[in-house]
Design a protein around this ligand. Structure first.
Ligand SMILES: Nc1nc2c(c(=O)[nH]1)N[C@H]1C(S)=C(S)[C@@H](COP(=O)(O)OP(=O)(O)OC[C@H]3O[C@@H](n4cnc5c(N)ncnc54)[C@H](O)[C@@H]3O)O[C@H]1N2
Ligand SMILES: O=P(O)(O)OP(=O)(O)O
Length: 181
């Protein structure tokens, strides 16, 4: 993985609706002072769930770096799902939501609300995650917390809704409420 915002393509032949990328936002990780266990855990869980992880990116806690990575993954790589991990809290350098908000065209507040609600049953610290979820072009972008455990716990909450959400974002015209014969 490159430790900058220049993205490296891992695969070209892809199933569009199931492509995913993981953006780790961490100063220590970027400086090489900590192994990216959160990115690794998210990639493993995504693969297990049937997603093709085509990009891994590591950026420092800087809003412009977060925005640049998200724009590139959406506009140039057309990745269907981008998960960020880290920098969602209230520490001075936690700016992932700001870097994300700058590139979102639509918000999907229900996803962030669902993650926080489920996480509150595990830890009161869940209420200080400022994570956002939203859409840029045909890409769903979701912020997850930084710890490996917190990141995967939050991903578990949204996994059941992802296939339908991604299909709709990609333009699936079928009616959600159509009767099944
Ligand atoms: N379902 C859960 N939700 C939340 C949890 C949780 O455990 N389960 N944790 C809550 C906490 S605590 C906070 S604070 C907020 C916001 O978290 P952040 O997004 O700001 O997380 P960071 O400060 O960036 O990281 C926290 C902590 O995690 C370790 N870390 C971070 N990045 C990595 C990495 N790439 N690899 C390994 N470990 C990493 C490190 O110890 C950091 O200090 O979220 C709540 N939600
Ligand atoms: O080095 P980071 O950015 O992962 O920060 P922290 O460990 O303080 O959350």
């Amino acid at each position: 993985m490159r430790k900058d915002v220049t993205l490296q393509t891992r695969a070209n032949a892809v199933d569009h609706d199931r492509t995913a990328a993981v953006v780790t936002v961490s100063d220590r990780g970027f400086r090489g002072e900590r192994e990216d266990r959160s990115g690794d855990a998210l990639e493993a869980r995504l693969v297990e769930a049937g997603y093709q992880v085509v990009e891994r990116v590591l950026v420092p806690d800087e809003a412009p770096a977060v925005s640049h990575a998200l724009r590139t993954l959406s506009d140039e790589r057309s990745v269907a799902l981008v998960l960020t991990t880290g920098g969602t809290g209230v520490a001075p350098r936690d700016v992932t939501p700001e870097g994300t908000a700058a590139v979102l065209e639509k918000t999907v507040p229900g996803m962030a609300e669902a993650m926080r609600a489920a996480s509150l049953a595990k830890t009161p610290h869940a209420m200080i995650s400022r994570a956002l979820a939203g859409i840029r072009r045909r890409t769903l972008i979701v912020n997850l917390p930084g710890s490996p455990k917190g990141a995967v716990e939050n991903l578990e909450v949204i996994l059941p809704a992802l296939p339908h959400a991604l299909a709709k974002i990609q333009g699936d015209p079928t009616e959600c409420g159509a009767p099944i014969d």
